[in-house]
Write a protein that binds this ligand. Structure first.
Ligand SMILES: Nc1ncnc2c1ncn2[C@@H]1O[C@H](COP(=O)(O)OP(=O)(O)OP(=O)(O)O)[C@@H](O)[C@H]1O
Length: 659
């Protein structure tokens, strides 16, 4: 029996996080298992039994939020009880932070830790800065998923949450939570594999977008897929996917990659970046006769694709699976929240294109099941996110993994809709010096097919405003973004109680629940999805007509990605953002700029807010004539005000609620 099989046969201690769907909002905060007692903020009892994810704050500060984790208020207890093998060591000093040192925890939300991941890989991120208040991956014997927490509503009711027994997380007795969830098998029929939505009325307008390729000797762009000279099967698969002509990022990106060049590409949300990198990679592998072999114990993929969230990497994998349908090239996906054993068995069946989130990739490589010596392509989707403070250490670890070809010997491809200049400079470390920078339209610009509206609100009127809007949207698919996981549950519950079929997705939900939520949203069973930033980037969900920023993010790039969940591939969409003068004014200058560049009406009050919002506002107003944005040109532009010029993770880390 394999090592990982063995691990997973021990009796699972079933845990679950808070489910949020209209199947029963009343379930949301009930103690599902009844075995554990929650921390009760009212009477000060501490949790016992499997007391929840340790969520400590450094500096011994009390946990003031209404949402109380199962640990002692200052995190000490959580820390003490969590010293398992994978003991987390907070970096110390910066207070706050959830030291959840799981390498698997690989989402857009911060959940990581700096140290202590037993096999030498750290979880990512911000969380681990919690001084004393961290907790181990081994996690408080209460492990992840057992939320011994409570939720205190405005009127101070406390709902206890506990375990529910879904068999997803096991404890091996070594205080190390183990994920045993295996997702249902994927449909194999062609109709499902090639199911797609139609490109929209504005698809042809892509041709008018300004494109700038900088760097030496860029190859000629292609105008049609025929010019890409794809293998017959690949060509058929492209047609079956409903692709008639390439989008600009494909017209330029495909020949650049096919010519063997490194690329840093920035193109607006929903404009086909995924196929821009997948098609030339698959074409090369197919024309070279690469074929997956199940007979090798060590799998050595030719391409490695990394993305920041589980749902996004799964989506990329599904695209790779679609385009390689009927060929010998085999993509595989690995990401957290799913049984590692299951994923390793998939890898063992043959793997040419390995898609993964950073933590899980490091894990499978560390286990010696995947070798990198044959690697030719290293792809970072949402590259600016992959290189910001949250993920950069993992990326460095990844390129430093045994056998990883040097940047001279591999091709490195980076794609995003946003690319802050300082991240571009960092990214250059991973690229050959002669990389090409491809800018389609305004770097960091919002999709022009999204109508952007702003509504001034006070923090207390948001819920009513949301309800009003949702009453007019009816059953149209709407994503509602909030800043915190607890607020995601709270708003989802509120909407359910108001009879709006709603589900939610965020990093504290088990993977099974996240998949269910996305499935219910896609199918229309729940036309409203309340989400944290975990769903802000890359997700391509058909028919999302509306995005509502219930809470504005504190970073302009995040805003651009969020509203890009609608208005995709030439379709139109609407984004409505609640603007709270007290909380959001720091974002005003960047918002004004994004709106004007996307030819949207700028409300006068927003402009005023931008001007009055401090010294930086004026200098951040729109600049005319801006287009090219390659940082090597000397940083002529930046669409990043003092607010947004920090990488997302950095700003987010300063937000107590962004976990
Ligand atoms: N040439 C094409 N013709 C028709 N549809 C396309 C074409 N290229 C991509 N699409 C479709 O457009 C949608 C958006 O593509 P994709 O998800 O790759 O966008 P993206 O640029 O990566 O967006 P994001 O920045 O949000 O990650 C997908 O459904 C994809 O299948």
């Amino acid at each position: 029996m394999d090592e990982w099989d063995e691990e997973e046969t021990s009796t699972p201690v079933a845990l679950s996080t808070q489910p949020a769907s209209c199947d029963g909002p009343e379930k949301l905060f009930s103690n599902g298992g009844g075995q554990e007692r929650s921390w009760n903020a009212e009477n000060g009892d501490s949790g016992w039994g499997r007391g929840g994810r340790g969520r400590g704050r450094g500096g011994g500060g009390g946990f003031k939020s209404a949402f109380i984790s199962g640990d002692d208020e200052n995190g000490n207890e959580g820390w003490k009880s969590s010293r398992g093998r994978g003991g987390f060591r907070g970096r110390g000093g910066r207070g706050r932070g959830k030291g959840f040192g799981s390498g698997d925890d690989d989402d857009g939300e911060s959940n990581g830790a700096d140290g202590g991941y037993e096999n030498g890989f750290s979880g990512r991120g911000r969380g681990g800065r919690g001084g004393r208040g961290g907790f181990s991956r081994g996690g408080a014997a209460g492990g992840r998923g057992d939320f011994g927490g409570g939720y205190r509503t405005k009127d101070e009711d406390v709902f206890a949450k506990g375990s529910a027994g879904d068999g997803q997380v096991a404890d091996d007795g070594d205080n190390k939570p183990r994920v045993t969830y295996v997702p249902p098998p994927l449909p194999e029929d062609e109709d499902s594999i090639f199911a797609h939505y139609e490109s929209g009325i504005n698809f042809d307008k892509y041709d008018d977008i300004m494109v700038d390729v900088s760097g030496s000797n860029p190859p000629q762009a292609i105008m049609t897929f025929e010019e890409a000279a794809l293998c017959e099967t690949l060509n058929k698969n492209v047609s079956k996917s409903g692709y008639v002509k390439p989008t600009p990022v494909q017209k330029h990106g495909i020949p650049i990659i096919s010519a063997g060049r490194d690329i840093m590409a920035c193109a607006q949300t929903g404009s086909g970046k995924t196929a821009a990198f997948l098609l030339p990679i698959l074409q090369k592998l197919m024309s070279d006769g690469v074929a997956a072999s199940r007979f090798s114990e060590l799998q050595e993929p030719e391409a490695l694709i990394v993305a920041p969230t589980r749902e996004l990497i799964n989506q990329i994998y599904m695209e790779a699976r679609k385009f390689s349908f009927g060929t010998c090239v085999r993509p595989v996906v690995v990401y957290g929240g799913i049984s590692t054993g299951h994923q390793l068995r998939e890898v063992e069946r043959g793997c040419n294109v390995l898609c993964g989130t950073p933590g899980r990739l490091l894990d499978v490589i560390g286990r010696g099941k995947v070798g990198l010596s044959k690697l030719r392509y290293f792809v970072l989707d949402e590259a600016d996110r992959m290189l910001d403070m949250g993920f950069e250490p993992d990326m460095r670890r990844l390129v430093g993994s045994p056998g990883m070809p040097s940047k001279e010997e591999r091709q490195t491809l980076m794609f995003s809709a946003t690319f802050p200049e300082e991240i571009q400079r960092l990214a250059a470390d991973f690229l050959r010096t002669d990389y090409l920078f491809l800018a389609v339209g305004v770097v960091g610009g919002a999709c022009t097919d999204v109508e952007q509206k702003f509504v001034q609100v006070s923090k207390f009127s948001k819920r009513e405003q949301l309800l009003d809007i949702l009453k007019t949207t009816g059953t149209e698919r709407t994503m509602v973004f909030v800043e915190t996981k607890r607020n995601a549950d709270f708003i989802a519950t509120f909407l359910c109680q108001e009879k709006v079929p709603t589900t939610s997705i965020h990093g504290d939900r088990e993977q099974r629940e996240r998949e269910q939520a996305l499935g219910d949203f896609r199918s229309g069973k729940c036309p409203v999805l309340v989400a944290t930033s975990v769903a802000a980037r890359g997700l391509d969900i058909p028919d999302v007509q509306h995005v509502i920023n219930f809470d504005l993010p504190n970073n302009i790039d995040e805003y651009v990605h969020r509203i890009g969940r609608t208005g995709r591939c030439g379709n139109t969409g609407r984004a409505v953002s609640f603007y709270d003068m007290e909380a959001d004014s720091q974002l005003a200058p960047s918002l004004v700029r994004v709106l004007s560049r996307a030819q949207q009406e700028v409300p006068s009050w927003l402009e005023e807010s931008a001007f009055s919002g401090g010294g930086s506002a004026g200098s951040n107003l729109p600049r005319k004539g801006f287009n090219s944005t390659d940082s090597r040109k000397g940083g002529a532009f930046q669409d990043h005000s003092s607010v947004s010029s920090q990488p997302a993770a950095q700003t987010a880390a300063d937000d107590e609620e962004w976990e």
